[in-house]
Write a protein that binds this ligand. Structure first.
Ligand code: AMP
Length: 508
């Protein structure tokens, strides 16, 4: 079976697919659609970029359209839960495109925007609702929505949901859903905690796994440059400048650890005349949307993002992913580099690894089974770096940045806070405003999914410095009483990214 037309989907759906130019199902679509058309539950292990949205949307639309029912007030027939606003909006957009020849309505609700308008839209009910968990429960609490008529329930990105502390919200949702329903549960990774969560939703599911657990996108070439934190900005600027000059960069996503770090990277790139925008939880929804649109349309080819904000990004033509800082949760690396090499394209992922990030690199290589190819610093790096324009800032601004970094580093547990976390839209992406309720130890200390207290995060501790002063990463200034970190190039010599093509090797 290699065509959509072989899968038994209704004609209007096939037409919608044809108008999008899709003829062949992706592996996850081929494996899932027949079972889903039969009404089976499904456990899908798949990253974004594999075509999983269509895998669950197409058979669901087929089933809903085959059994048309009048819409009931404040209810929906299919509910899709997604961890972030961007991802929710994207899923709704995709479903609406697949449903364009059907008489089914699609709506999307998420936090960060006024709830009243969404509640009013739900009054007549809709067929398919895509929602983030916090806002969904708000609407339910306001009696603007009931889940009693849900026939198909999809939980997407379950691992991300757990990371964001949505576990209690999900348990509540599980209790509100009718027993009689079809359930689909997707996660990029399936550690035991996620599998246990899945058991609450799915019943005797078909299991579909499109890539081995935690495997990294196969077509992504992965490099690592060992560099001091203080020199990362210059390295990024020079790498981007060279790639843009050579016409090798279509779009690049740069991942930073903190929101303020993302803003700082954008400031430095702008000073070097490289057009870049930031997307993170301190930006308004309008700013996030504008940045994403500019990135999609190509008017701004570089997007600097924190993990959460980038999770939902589905932009074709992302040629490069830069890990300005390595994530301290190895799975996050898989998600990050999955942003490139989408829809059959090749991509490059380049990680900058400071000395104190080496344990994270080890974790990533262990999880993925891939040894990242060392990429030396560019030739004449020091001299070129010295020529880069300084970003003018008043001393008090520099001081404020340093304080924010300190705060961010303290609140960080793998940079995984955020999404639409809050009830009533209070939640802020990237865990800006409060530690998550669900991942705190009984003693009240925040801890990561690995169970280690966040304070044990060596990088966070490092950046605070021995007396709590942050190291000024962008200028290499050390806290009082600490020797400034000096920079020693690892190795000289060319080493352009292109020269290392096809050299990523499997770890033994
Ligand atoms: P997803 O994993 O759902 O985020 O999908 C990744 C990208 O692949 C999206 O841009 C989809 O529109 C696209 N896509 C999904 N199914 C197909 C297909 N069968 N053929 C080509 N592109 C697809």
């Amino acid at each position: 079976m290699s065509y959509f037309s072989d899968l038994g989907l209704a004609e209007p759906i096939l037409h919608a697919l044809a108008s999008k130019g899709y003829t062949d199902p992706t592996p996850i679509q081929r494996q899932s659609i027949p079972a889903l058309l039969e009404g089976r539950d499904l456990l899908g292990i798949a990253q974004t970029g594999t075509g999983k949205t269509a895998a669950f949307a197409l058979p669901s639309l087929h089933r809903l359209a085959a059994d048309m029912k009048p819409r009931k007030p404040a209810s929906c027939r299919m509910l899709v839960l997604s961890p972030t606003r961007e991802l929710a909006a994207q899923i709704a957009e995709n479903i609406a495109a697949y449903a364009k020849n059907l008489r089914l309505t699609v709506d999307c609700v998420f936090g960060g925007v006024p709830v009243g308008k969404q509640a009013r839209r739900l009054v007549p009910g809709c067929d398919i609702l895509v929602a983030t968990p916090g806002r969904l429960l708000d609407l339910i609490d306001q009696r603007a929505l009931t889940l009693s008529r849900v026939e198909i329930f999809v939980l997407d990105e379950a691992d991300q949901m757990m990371d964001l502390g949505f576990i209690h919200a999900l348990k509540r949702v599980a209790n509100l859903l009718p027993k009689e329903r079809q359930s689909l549960f997707f996660s990029a990774t399936m550690p035991k905690a996620i599998a246990d969560l899945g058991k609450q939703f799915i019943n005797n599911p078909v299991r579909v796994e499109v890539t081995p657990q935690a495997s990294t996108a196969e077509r992504v070439e992965q490099f690592v440059t060992f560099v001091n934190q203080a020199e990362k900005q210059a390295l990024l600027t020079l790498r981007l400048r060279a790639l843009l000059a050579d016409g090798k960069l279509d779009r690049a996503l740069v991942f930073t650890r903190t929101k303020h770090g993302a803003d700082r990277v954008v400031r430095h790139l702008s000073a070097a005349s490289i057009s870049a925008r930031a997307i993170h939880g301190n930006k308004s929804q309008a700013q996030r949307t504008a940045a994403l649109d500019a990135f999609r349309q190509g008017s701004c080819p570089i997007l600097v993002a924190t993990d959460i904000a980038a999770r939902g990004i589905d932009v074709t033509g992302v040629s490069h992913v830069f890990n300005f800082e390595l994530p301290n949760v190895a799975e996050q690396y898989v998600h990050r580099i999955g942003r490139t090499a989408r829809a059959g394209a090749d991509g490059e992922a380049i990680s900058f690894c400071a000395p104190d990030e080496k344990p994270y690199l080890k974790d990533i290589e262990k999880l993925t089974g891939i040894k990242l190819m060392p990429l030396p610093l560019p030739e004449g790096f020091m001299a070129e770096a010295a020529k880069l324009p300084a970003v003018s800032r008043k001393p008090e601004e520099a001081e404020r940045d340093a304080r924010r970094d300190d705060r961010d580093a303290r609140g960080r547990g793998g940079n995984r806070g955020g999404g639409d976390r809050g009830r009533g839209g209070q939640g802020r992406a990237d865990g800006a405003n409060s530690p998550r309720r669900d991942d705190r130890t009984p003693g009240g200390r925040a801890q990561g999914r690995d169970g280690r207290p966040r304070d044990a995060n060596p990088r966070a501790a490092n950046e605070r410095g021995p007396v709590g002063n942050p190291v000024r990463a962008d200028r290499g200034e050390a806290p009082a009483g600490e020797k400034p970190r000096t920079f020693r190039p690892n190795r000289g010599g060319g080493g352009g990214v292109g020269q290392h093509r096809n050299k990523v090797r499997r770890a033994v």
